[in-house]
Design a protein around this ligand. Structure first.
Ligand code: ATP
Length: 206
């Protein structure tokens, strides 16, 4: 029996003003799999993730979330890694603890050992926790964001170009951390041949 998808898009259109971005897209996001949205720069990959998150609304067509993934709830059920993540000012530890102060995430609040273990799996030194987030390199910021997505432990991960600033060892580490868990649905955008090799499905926006 074919499993019900987690997200289903039907005849999806999206325009910014007069500028059409997405035209008549229909596809499913299968649960427990890694789907990559691919397409040339400007094709609308980030925009599609924002439509999933409800930050933008389709001009026409529908996005249907199954099970507990109702549209108003999508942000509670997902961890989002934006491109060029900026968590603000403060130490890495202060900033990654912040989302766990919300009632929604309280039950997943990690202890220091869990934070350090996740950091270590991503090749981030222990002392990174005490550093100012603003002082980190782009690749370190990206890995801190990935650590946070992992620690939030949500059923859906929405990752915008998660490997764009990373070397091959870091890419492998992310693959091991995020893609080994088949209970999670991962949707990412990418141009990266290494990451594209780790897709179960791809959706082309070209
Ligand atoms: N807020 C906005 N207002 C108007 N146009 C926008 C806005 N955000 C994005 N666009 C336009 O929508 C198009 C798609 O942008 P998007 O960021 O989704 O592309 P992308 O496929 O993720 O590109 P890249 O691979 O370069 O990150 C681009 O032409 C962009 O200029």
């Amino acid at each position: 029996m074919t499993q019900q998808p987690l997200i289903s898009c039907t005849n999806l259109h999206f325009s910014f003003g007069e500028e059409p971005i997405l035209r008549d897209l229909s596809f499913d996001i299968p649960r427990g799999q890694h789907t990559i949205l691919k397409g040339e720069s400007g094709a609308g990959k980030t925009t599609l993730l924002k439509l999933f998150l409800g930050f933008e609304k389709p001009t026409r067509g529908t996005i249907r979330f199954f099970d507990d993934m109702d549209t108003p709830d999508i942000r509670s059920s997902s961890a989002w890694l934006p491109q060029d993540l900026d968590l603000g000012s403060g130490t890495v530890e202060e900033l990654i603890r912040k989302p766990f102060t919300f009632r929604l995430n309280e039950s997943n609040r990690p202890d220091r050992e869990q934070c350090l273990s996740t950091f270590s799996q991503l090749g981030l030194a222990d002392h990174t926790l005490g550093k100012s987030f603003q002082s980190l390199s782009t690749g370190q910021r990206q890995r801190v964001g990935i650590a946070l997505c992992h620690l939030l432990d949500k059923p859906l991960l929405l990752l915008d170009e998660p490997t764009s600033a990373l070397d091959s060892l870091s890419k492998q580490r992310i693959t091991n951390l995020l893609l080994a868990n088949t209970s999670k649905t991962v949707v990412s955008t990418s141009h990266d041949p290494f990451w594209l090799d780790h897709a179960d499905y791809t959706v082309s926006l070209d």
